[in-house]
Design a binder for this molecule. Structure first.
Ligand SMILES: CC1=C(CCC(=O)O)c2cc3nc(cc4[nH]c(cc5[nH]c(cc1n2)c(C)c5CCC(=O)O)c(CCC(=O)O)c4C)C(CCC(=O)O)=C3C
Ligand SMILES: [Fe+2]
Length: 383
């Protein structure tokens, strides 16, 4: 701490207090970086999940079409650079770590490093904005397993708290609204007014949607949260353009065996249906993805836009929140909000849309996996 007078521009801004946290951990999915990585990566992702061989070969081809390199790690590196700059600008002095579920840097390794560095309690930002087993609980299982994997001689692994799911945060919604507006502006003038907004997220098994969110809310949180984001964006676009566009929630990247029901309609089928109804143009808005993942650059930019071209349906894909400064600053806002909660202070939570802010700690069986029950980090069991 310096004893000299603070600089004029910092005089009024309170020094942000991250206590009780002594680190931030960015938690992500991970992706291959070269052709030799693709098969081992897919084996990591699908271990014990019963994904048909043909589906794996098909998804492998998506990665090979991009030189065996997923965009996700580079997105996270860019995000981390901006996050470190955001913290520094805000006077927030907190180390930031990064670990993945499925590829290097692995969560297990980063937890060992954090332990060796003396971290005692870390706040976790997961690069998934909605509740589901895949986007919420599975990461909490991965965090628990990574803590367990820290060798005793390295020390006691830090406590890990995960932020509330942030689909409703204005720092996530704002960039998505602007992206839809920018995509609308790129459509042919004569088709713009009648354009349909096609909101896309990752398909999941219908049973996974049914089990998403805390049991007390009755399930279905995955679709409910996306629907609330869609409605908030449609309302804000109407506010800014004076037009209320028709909108739908549709799904991409279906996996699993054909007899297992997954959320529908598929984006490609839906584009054909809209074209059949005489819709003059579409904006494809990937609200289910926080940045340009492989699903976005392959399943949407390569496949869905090709479907639209074949149909003769003008289509523009809207940007993801990605490295938008408002989305980067969302991490800091969630950190300071949660730190205040953990200190027992009252907080005003930033939120947009009909659902209101989500819970800090997941309930027992939140986003449960009916197939197995594994230890999880950051639940009410640990409160
Ligand atoms: C809800 C959800 C998200 C969003 C939340 C989040 O972001 O976590 C997400 C993200 C991602 N999914 C990704 C990649 C893959 N997902 C797969 C498989 C699956 N995803 C599922 C769901 C989700 N997945 C499900 C129910 C499966 C079936 C197997 C299982 O039950 O686990 C498979 C196996 C092949 C296949 O089956 O398609 C791959 C390769 C990548 C990396 C992309 C890149 O490289 O840029 C990312 C960010
Ligand atoms: Fe959950």
């Amino acid at each position: 701490m310096t004893t000299t007078a603070p600089a004029p521009d910092t005089e009024s801004a309170p020094v942000p207090d991250p206590s009780p946290y002594d680190a931030l951990l960015l938690v992500s999915f991970g992706g291959p970086e070269k052709p030799e990585d693709v098969v081992p990566f897919l084996e990591n992702v699908t271990r014990g999940r019963g994904i048909p061989r043909e589906r794996l070969e098909e998804v492998g081809e998506h990665y090979f079409a991009f030189g065996g390199r997923s965009p996700i790690n580079d997105q996270n590196r860019a995000f981390l650079d901006l996050l470190r700059a955001d913290f520094a600008d805000a006077g927030l002095d907190l180390p930031i770590y990064w670990g993945n579920r499925n590829w290097d840097p692995y969560l297990t390794d980063v937890l060992a490093q954090m332990t060796a560095d003396g971290v005692t309690r870390a706040a976790c930002f997961v690069t998934a904005a909605y509740s589901s087993y895949s986007g919420c609980r599975q990461y909490r299982e991965n965090l628990a397993a990574a803590r367990d994997g820290v060798p005793a001689e390295v020390g006691l692994a830090p406590q890990l708290d995960r932020f509330r799911v942030y689909f409703d945060h204005p720092g996530f919604l704002g960039p998505n609204v602007d992206a839809v507006l920018a995509a609308l502006a790129q459509l042919p003038d004569e088709a713009r007014d009648g354009a349909r907004l096609v909101f896309v997220t990752h398909s999941i098994p219908t049973t996974m949607n049914d089990a998403s969110g805390p049991p007390a809310l009755g399930g279905g949180a995955y679709v409910a949260q996306h629907t609330s984001v869609m409605e908030a964006i449609v309302a804000e676009v109407a506010e800014q353009t004076g037009r209320t566009h028709g909108a739908d929630l549709v799904f991409c990247s279906r996996s699993g065996p054909p007899h297992v029901p997954w959320l529908e309609p598929d984006v490609n089928d839906h584009l054909a249906a809209l074209h059949g109804q005489g819709v003059p143009a579409v904006v494809i808005a990937p609200i289910g993805f926080v940045s340009d993942h492989m699903e976005v650059v392959y399943d949407l930019d390569t496949e869905a836009l090709e479907t639209a071209r074949e149909l003769g349906l003008p289509a523009v894909r809207a940007a993801t929140a990605g490295t938008d400064a408002r989305f980067v600053a969302t991490v800091r806002d969630l950190l300071l909000e949660r730190a205040a909660v953990e200190r027992g202070e009252d907080v005003v939570r930033a939120t947009t849309g009909a659902l209101g802010p989500a819970w800090d700690r997941c309930a027992v069986d939140c986003c449960a996996n009916p197939r197995q029950k594994l230890p999880v980090a950051g639940g009410i069991e640990e409160a």
